[in-house]
Design a protein around this ligand. Structure first.
Ligand SMILES: [Zn+2]
Length: 317
């Protein structure tokens, strides 16, 4: 569904074989072509699979919006071997440079998520030194994206972070995300409002915490949550991983009306996953989200000015 670059019907139309498609062997190919020539009744997908864009939906949404692909300046969520990514920091930066980004957020996990090899304050500081050295080397070489030292900080269901505030104060950008008690069915508005009141969090990452075919995600009074985020100057994320697509178009429409800022991140754990950005762009386009409220289209200086302003407001409130 997310791995195909072309719809099955158009493969057949141009005389191709369905086995060209990702993970399609002869048996599945035969079944698919029978469905295409004699379409069966298609039941409504189960709730766990609703509200996700397919690759073909994404490509269709991007038609006529080439400027979104060429003018985007940043990818603001990715992981390296400092936590659970498969590629060391310089390799991820190099891959992001190849995609033409001006800056990238390196957002490894924090210590509250040991299953993802989350970093403690000491390892975060060591990463900061490597980021500084890498930025210096990239500048000296006359190119490459600026690497923002960032983090995906684990938030408790009470909206509390798991890192010392002094350690966070050195970072360019702090994402906060829930990773526990994600299957509750009761309204979770309070947990989101607490996270938004947390002055160290700049971006609420993968807000709903849903997962394709596995987890429905959390529920809240989204209008209230996004309005509170807009008032606090906190951004909410589009996690562009196809299995997350979090926020999706429906919630992005609510977010747009609330006036909140958006940050888009691929949540890439490997170089190939940096390509997920299209899913985030397509969702923003389909929700009619204005580009001037999407961090990824802003110059890096503006994003850094916003995070320091956010810190000042947090310190004085
Ligand atoms: Zn996460």
């Amino acid at each position: 569904m997310f791995g195909w670059t072309e719809p099955a019907a158009s493969v057949l139309q141009r005389g191709g074989s369905l086995t060209e498609l990702w993970r399609v062997g002869p048996w599945v190919a035969r079944m698919l072509s029978e469905w295409i020539t004699d379409p069966p009744e298609i039941p409504e997908p189960p709730a766990l699979r609703r509200g996700f864009l397919t690759r073909a939906d994404v490509d269709a949404a991007l038609v006529g919006h080439d400027d979104w692909r060429t003018e985007i300046r940043a990818d603001l969520q990715m992981h390296t071997t400092y936590s659970d990514g498969s590629v060391p920091l310089p390799g991820m930066a190099e891959a992001a440079a190849a995609l033409g980004y001006e800056y990238v957020g390196i957002t490894d996990h924090s210590k509250g998520l040991p299953i993802a090899n989350g970093m403690d304050e000491e390892r975060l500081a060591r990463q900061g030194e490597e980021v500084a050295a890498l930025n210096q080397a990239l500048r000296a070489a006359g190119g490459g994206p600026r690497v923002l030292h960032s983090i995906e900080m684990n938030l408790s269901p009470e909206g509390e972070g798991d890192m010392e505030p002094e350690a966070l104060a050195h970072l360019d950008l702090v994402l906060g995300a829930f990773h526990s008690k994600l299957r509750l069915t009761e309204d979770q508005t309070d947990r989101y409002l607490a996270a938004i009141r947390n002055p160290t969090v700049h971006v609420l990452a993968h807000p709903r915490c849903r997962m394709f075919d596995r987890r429905a995600g959390l529920w809240a009074d989204w209008e209230r949550v996004f309005t509170a985020a807009a008032n606090a100057g906190t951004a909410v994320e589009i996690d562009a991983n196809p299995y997350r697509q979090d926020l999706d178009i429906d919630l992005l429409t609510v977010a747009r009306e609330a006036g909140v800022r958006i940050s888009i991140g691929t949540d890439a754990h490997s170089i190939g996953e940096l390509r997920y950005m299209d899913f985030g762009l397509a969702a923003a386009i389909l929700a009619g989200f204005p580009r001037d409220r999407i961090l990824n289209f802003q110059p890096v200086e503006d994003v850094l000015a916003w995070t320091s302003e956010h810190r000042r407001r947090g310190a004085s409130s």
